[in-house]
Design a protein around this ligand. Structure first.
Ligand code: ASP
Length: 293
């Protein structure tokens, strides 16, 4: 059996009371995201392909604060951020404050693959992505779902592929009612997204300002590489540091050995795990064990 692993999140937060139908819808969307990535990994595709595909499903589904379901700024507009990184070469790409693109994570991928840069913003990012084939959001795309009422439903994915390469991707509409031009942690390499084959791949979610100030994703990597911590210890210590500053949120990570972690300091974090035996597990609440779904 090929050795690979895929973990996705749909944001950490309060997790408002949900009806059984709503809960099923969230789990289903997470499962679809894992299926998209697992399909690729099973066929020997790269972890970068898998995390991009998984995040695209979450952007498209409208239940999360990313892509179609993006939260609104203080002006009622949409400004989305996304990043991807792969751990063999530490190649990375990101976009911030994009308004018109259907898939910000795909735009981030285009930046990584077709530009000499890491981060492009606003109209420059949109023009670049379009010139490289990115799709614009069709009319009414963002208004086709109710604006997310939950502050923390960013999406992300981390994967280890059968070649032993790690990758991470994160996509978000940012914090609701944010100021125009505000950029969060998600598209900042080292803050919300990081991957290095020597240590781990990480995607974070939560009050981005705190994850920027603690350089959270890089901090997980650094604790493993130089601090001799396990992935779980490194993730816990990093989230403790975020909490000490007054922030809250969560993260998912996979290390080079194929260990996975999904931790949050909030009441819940939407998350799902795919394994090579074809099983998919989901969990929503903080202490909930993985449920096969
Ligand atoms: N971290 C994201 C941001 O600050 C928000 C989130 O995870 O919900 O933009």
């Amino acid at each position: 059996m090929k050795r690979w692993l895929l973990l996705v999140h749909g944001g950490a937060g309060e997790l408002k009371p949900m009806s059984p139908e709503q809960e099923r819808a969230y789990r289903q969307c997470l499962r679809h995201a894992v299926e998209a990535g697992a399909y690729l990994l099973q066929r020997g595709a790269s972890s970068l392909d898998a995390v991009t595909a998984a995040v695209q499903v979450l952007e498209e589904c409208g239940l999360f604060n990313a892509g179609r379901g993006s939260a609104r700024t203080a002006e009622g507009t949409i400004e989305m951020d996304a990043a991807v990184m792969e751990g063999a070469t530490r190649r990375a790409g990101a976009v911030a404050a994009v308004r018109t693109l259907r898939s910000p994570v795909m735009a981030a991928r285009l930046v990584a693959e077709h530009s000499p840069h890491v981060l492009l913003v606003a109209q420059g990012a949109e023009a670049f992505a379009q010139a490289h084939g990115a799709e614009l959001a069709p009319p009414g795309y963002f208004s086709s779902v109710a604006p997310s009422a939950s502050p923390e439903d960013t999406v992300g994915a981390v994967a280890l592929d059968s070649q032993g390469t790690l990758a991470a991707a994160t996509s978000t509409g940012g914090t609701p009612r944010k100021l125009l031009g505000r950029v969060g942690d998600s598209p900042l390499i080292g803050a919300g997204t990081y991957a290095d084959n020597r240590s781990c791949a990480v995607s974070t979610t939560g009050t981005g300002e705190y994850f920027i100030r603690t350089v959270a994703a890089y901090s997980v990597h650094a604790r493993i590489l130089w601090g001799n911590r396990t992935l779980e210890e490194a993730a816990r210590e990093t989230l403790e540091e975020v909490s000490l500053l007054g922030g809250a949120g969560g993260l998912i990570g996979i290390d080079r050995e194929g260990n996975a972690v999904a931790l949050c300091t909030t009441p819940g974090m939407y998350r799902a795990l795919g394994t090579p035996d074809g099983r998919i597990y989901t969990a929503l609440f903080r202490t909930e064990p993985w449920q096969e779904s």
